[in-house]
Design a protein around this ligand. Structure first.
Ligand code: FES
Ligand SMILES: [Fe+2]
Length: 351
């Protein structure tokens, strides 16, 4: 399986990084992370170029990592600073270092060509800096399923009635139409409105609606790896519109997908809400509600992955609700082809 390399991926929440050497696999690459004495996150290839011991088995000395086998030592830029037993450092004594960007308590790593690592490309949501909204980070979800299956699920408002009947869906929504489009920035937006229906479980738990509500769901997928689920409800009498949705009970559930390898994905998710901003307990309560739903997704996504690996001669059935995920997968294919053709050009230029 090919991955899009030239992209920022979430390596973790800020609190996951410390002066400990922490190993992670992202896009099939083993990486060791740590914080320097000044507090910046460093990321190095987790493999000593000498006898291949992972550097995460070694130790941190100041800002340098000393290999746990023969003590060859690398700085946070990946350059070798010491080879015990000799004064000359061979040219081949280095490890790859990965560009890092940290904002909103989220640590991003750039997996592609270092020259292309543009911090302006890091995903942001204005509400993450707004005093009218409160963010709350959830626990990382480890799925035994590849990221395309996870992304499909996050371009898919239709599954909630069937998979999440107690939290995010209800039968009133089952047959309502879904709109899907890809905008000029290559963002895939799949949406559905449910007008004049009882609130779904999560809004019954979080808001004090007396009667029926209007409900919106916008699944906004920034390819390849950030899904924003912009959803909420408002009393029918408000006749809410997308532009005025901040007047309703409004939640963003943001999912950052980090492929571990061909068969595994970490989904780091957080939510951002516009109600009960000072309520310290509500973030955790919302996590509990979301975790009910995500445990339901996990069962499905992992079962799909098992089936995908078994031989089949049939082409999958495609139905109307798939348009969002089809647009997403087509965009992924385009970006991978583009990366491959640029790489081919670079190779030709250096030959
Ligand atoms: S394996 Fe790292 S120094 Fe020998
Ligand atoms: Fe789901």
């Amino acid at each position: 399986m090919e991955f899009i390399q030239n992209s920022w991926y979430v390596a973790g929440w800020s609190k996951e990084f410390s002066r400990e050497l922490t190993k992670m696999t992202i896009l099939g690459e083993n990486i060791v992370f740590y914080r320097t004495e000044a507090g910046a996150v460093a990321a190095l290839e987790d493999r000593c170029p000498h006898k291949l011991l992972p550097l995460s088995e070694g130790r941190l000395i100041g800002d340098d990592v000393q290999c746990g086998y023969h003590g060859v030592t690398f700085g946070c830029d990946g350059n070798c600073v010491r080879v015990p037993g000799q004064s000359v450092v061979p040219k081949s004594a280095y490890v790859r270092s990965f560009p890092i960007f940290e904002r909103h308590n989220i640590v991003w790593v750039w997996m592609g060509d270092e020259d292309k690592a543009d911090e302006a490309l890091v995903f942001d949501l204005p509400e993450l800096s707004s005093p009218d909204y409160a963010p709350h980070q959830g626990n990382p979800l480890h799925y035994e399923s590849n990221y395309l299956n996870v992304a499909d699920n996050l371009c898919d408002p239709a599954h909630v009635s069937f998979v999440h009947p107690t939290t995010l869906g209800n039968p009133e929504m089952e047959d309502l139409p879904i709109e899907s489009e890809i905008n000029d920035d290559g963002v895939v937006i799949t949406s559905r409105w449910t007008r004049d229906a009882p609130p779904v479980g999560i809004f019954q738990a979080l808001a004090n609606f007396k009667g029926n509500v209007d409900r919106w769901q916008y699944y906004i997928m920034t390819v390849p790896n950030v899904a924003v689920i912009d959803f909420g409800s408002a009393d029918v009498s408000e006749n809410i519109t997308y532009e005025r949705r901040a007047e309703g009970v409004h939640i963003y559930a943001i999912h950052f997908l980090t492929p571990v390898d061909e068969y595994r994905t970490i989904d780091r998710w957080m939510h951002v809400r516009n109600f009960a901003l000072d309520d310290k307990a509500i973030g955790g309560n919302m996590n509990d509600l979301f975790n009910v739903a995500f445990a339901e997704d996990k069962v499905i996504l992992e079962a799909i992955q098992v089936e995908e690996r078994r031989p089949s001669t049939r082409r999958p059935l495609r139905i109307a609700i798939d348009k969002g995920s089809n647009l997403y997968r087509r965009r992924i294919d385009e970006l991978i082809k583009l990366e491959r053709s640029t790489e081919d050009k670079n190779l030709t230029a250096t030959n």
